[in-house]
Design a protein around this ligand. Structure first.
Ligand code: ATP
Ligand code: MG
Length: 550
């Protein structure tokens, strides 16, 4: 059983509202703009909204907040639906904000009739300049006093396409001296002659986010509209729109701290730049913090959900260590995956006293902590591969792996002892010669002498050549610097190497996950794996210094 989040301030609001009878049932929504793929930050919002409603037997809508025609695309709509489902959530209704354009327009007409909105001819730059700042009030637009009749006529002509982009806007008439700059006659409609992914060329005027969002929430009878802290100062405008547009339903906006994570960019706009600049191969590149990238890397929905629950819901911004996310994927995969052997950088070992032409089959258990995973067969013969770093000709102190004269254990097999080092003309070690002791076979209880090192290995004759892709953080710096994040990209974020895995792994399919002994957890890549070659993404290495506080 998965444990749900403990108490948080949003849950307390919901409990109170239900107890007071303010709502019969709660309705939340996850409202992404389809202008990119979802990232791990969105997962936090998804888990919060869906699990909150679920816990109180309410409902959650998936709503595409598609009010900006220029950046939105059906590719993103489809990816978002896939990602939310993959995370394990099922929405009550699927809505598009663009389906409400007519109602939004009519509510704007109502505002105009009430003298609460006016058409302004100032250029966007002039509007910005006249808005004032934290210490100075704004200046009123000369168009502020236009009468309702003229405003209605102009608004209708805006809709008909009589004006060019930027020529006119519709502004809410609130208070140019308000201490809250968001209330200084904000723009609520703008002209954009652009084709919309859903409504095509039906509209050339589009509502602004601050106007559209509260109406969308109200139309859907959302009870708790959860958003990130940046919108706290927009709440008075949210409430103004609900009130002045005379919406029957009154959703409550509640803000929580967004997820920030070390070494991670968390913005669709920036992630799109990485794709467009070919820094990564696509939105689902395994280095991307997108849900699609995490999935391809090998993350599971369970791990992501556990992470989102653990980070919790707070009222102040903070930055989570990316190692915490890694902790949860290890925890999830540890009991679920078979622990098999793969050699990343092979070095050939010839066991000179092992009979030529003989292969014996050893039995290897898949996961000592989970007997249900069973066991597999492991061929062993005269030539094997070990890891290059598991051999040193002149080892330092306390090196317990293979070196001339030293004996080590081969996991599931025998003790071997290094007798000879073979080198090429340039002096590079090309293979090493060992002898094995037949008495030391694994599982026979041999204990006449002990060795300190245990190595993983792959039988050379039966080894399956595969590609391993090892990853490091894509972003080097933790600083949130808007301008030069492209300069913080790690040039060594991916290493591609050719190695071998044991034959039991040969039939693995895309998305199959394994623990490769001593190397970490790996996932079979969905894009680059062919019927002739497996490609493994390292999800995470085995160890982390991170510990969850209990
Ligand atoms: P981005 O800048 O990445 O596009 P956004 O907030 O503009 O982010 P939306 O598509 O508008 O993206 O977001 C949908 C929902 O996801 C919103 O309710 C938003 O608050 C939430 N969300 C986005 N980023 C985060 C984050 N880092 N942590 C928590 N919630 C987030
Ligand atoms: Mg956005």
């Amino acid at each position: 059983m998965e444990v749900k989040t403990s108490s948080n301030f949003i849950k307390n609001i919901v409990i109170e509202d239900l107890e007071k009878g303010k709502h019969k049932e709660i309705i939340t929504r996850f409202p992404p703009e389809p202008n990119g793929y979802l990232h791990i930050g969105h997962a936090k919002s998804i888990v919060l909204n869906f699990e909150l409603a679920d816990e109180f037997k309410g409902k959650t809508n998936l709503r595409f907040d598609d009010t900006n025609p220029v950046k939105e695309d059906t590719e993103y709509v489809e990816s978002i639906e896939e990602d939310v489902r993959w995370l394990g959530f099922d929405w009550e209704n699927l809505y598009f904000a663009s389906d409400y354009f007519e109602e939004m327009y009519q509510r704007a007409v109502l505002l105009i009739k009430k003298g609460k909105a006016y058409i302004c001819d100032l250029a966007p730059e002039e509007i910005r300049q006249m808005r004032g700042n934290l210490t100075e009030p704004g200046k009123e637009s000369p168009y502020r006093s236009r009468n309702a009749e003229e405003n209605l006529d102009l608004f209708e002509r805006m809709r008909k396409g009589e004006f060019k982009d930027g020529e006119k806007v519709l502004r809410a008439k609130i208070d140019m001296a308000s201490p809250n700059i968001n209330m200084r006659d904000p723009i609520i409609y703008r002209i954009a002659h652009a084709t919309h992914h859903n409504t095509g060329d039906q509209w050339c005027i589009y509502p602004m986010y601050d106007y559209a969002h509260p109406i969308e929430d109200a139309i859907e009878h959302i009870t708790h509209s959860i958003c990130t802290l940046e919108f706290e100062d927009h709440r008075p405008l949210y409430d103004w729109v609900i009130r002045e547009c005379e919406m029957e339903s009154q959703p409550q906006q509640i803000e929580f701290a967004r997820l920030n994570m070390t070494n991670t960019v968390m913005s669709k706009r920036k992630l799109k730049l990485l794709v467009d600049e070919n820094v990564v191969d696509a939105w689902d590149d395994p280095r991307m913090p997108t849900i699609a990238g995490l999935r391809r890397r090998g993350y599971t929905p369970e791990a992501i959900r556990s992470f989102c629950r653990e980070i919790g819901v707070a009222k102040t911004n903070s930055t989570v260590d990316v190692q915490m996310l890694e902790h949860f994927i290890r925890e999830d995969l540890k009991p679920k995956t078979s622990i098999v052997m793969g050699v990343l950088r092979p070095l050939k070992v010839v066991i000179t006293n092992y009979p030529e032409g003989q292969t014996e089959i050893l039995e290897a258990e898949n996961n000592a902590d989970n007997p249900e995973l069973g066991s597999r067969q492991l061929p062993f013969s005269r030539e094997i591969y070990i890891e290059q770093e598991d051999f040193m000709e002149n080892p330092p102190n306390k090196y317990f792996r293979l070196f001339p004269g030293n004996e080590v254990r081969l996991k599931f097999a025998y003790f071997i002892k290094c007798n000879e080092v073979i080198k090429d003309a340039a002096g590079n070690v090309t293979e090493i010669h060992c002898t094995y002791d037949p008495e030391t076979k694994s599982g026979t209880g041999f204990n006449a002498r002990k060795v300190k090192g245990t190595l993983h290995w792959v039988d050379a004759q039966n080894a399956v050549p595969v590609e391993f892709r090892l990853y490091e953080p894509l972003i080097l710096d933790d600083e949130e610097s808007d301008k030069n994040f492209l300069e913080q990209i790690n040039p060594n974020s991916m290493e591609v190497i050719q190695g071998y895995v044991e034959p039991a792994v040969k039939t693995a399919k895309p998305q199959d996950k394994f623990q490769f002994m001593r190397h970490g957890y790996f996932n079979v890549d969905t894009k680059h794996t062919t019927k002739d070659k497996l490609v493994f993404n390292r999800i995470v290495s085995l160890k982390s210094s991170f510990e969850i506080k209990k």
